[in-house]
Design a protein around this ligand. Sequence first.
Ligand code: XBP
Ligand code: MG
Length: 250
Amino acid sequence: MLNALLFDCDGTLADTERHGHRVAFNLAFEAAKLDWHWGEAEYGELLAVTGGKERIRHYLDRIGGSMTDAEVRALHQSKSEIFKSLAKSGEISLRPGVKRLILDAKREGLRMAIVTTTTEQNLHALLEAPFKGRANDYFELFAAGDVVEYKKPAPDIYLWAMEHMGLGPMQCLAVEDSQNGLQAAKHAGIESTLITYNDYTRLEDFNSASLVVDQLGNPDDPCRVQQGTISEIEFVSVSTLKQIHDQSVY
Ligand code: XBP
Ligand code: MG
């Protein structure tokens, strides 16, 4: 039986990458007097590496630069501060249907957690306005960032979250937007997976996902089903999730 929903953050709850993280990285580079600028297309390629510090390191390798670990940490800390103020300003809104689904899932007694690569404070900044400072009422766990050594596509953050919730993979459904996230969930043994892709991830390989949609959707803003056995839906509801879970697990 479906017991818990494990939500990815970036790209899934909100389109944070293009207008949030990317902008914050660039402002942090400027503040550090670095002549780096990550354009939208280049950032799309850099997203192959999850984790901000890891992404900076990857970029340094690419351009043949070098920085100490402390310098990378400081640059990333400055980027996180900028991201938090962008998120708190309410400029990065949740994707269509996200709040509706979370409210419905709570009403129906499903347990929920966030399972993400990003820094935990970013999550709280992003969720503060939409959940009026009460995100803790909906999510019992925020599994984030550096609590595990290896980030997605490694399964570690999902395994960490399930261990802390006392759940097995057959009781969970993962909601993700990227192939890295899908692989992390699958390698953690989670069979039922929903992909809500976005402009950065729409061409990625989601063959192993249970259901792939362009967004969760709402009654007045329908979703488009790209892959899966359920096609006649206007929007993703709790009953859609229960159905794909039953099909995937049994
Ligand atoms: C998204 C990421 C993160 C963000 C940046 O992961 O890869 O690295 O781009 O966040 P997910 P930080 O979709 O799993 O949330 O700079 O805080 O690492
Ligand atoms: Mg994501």
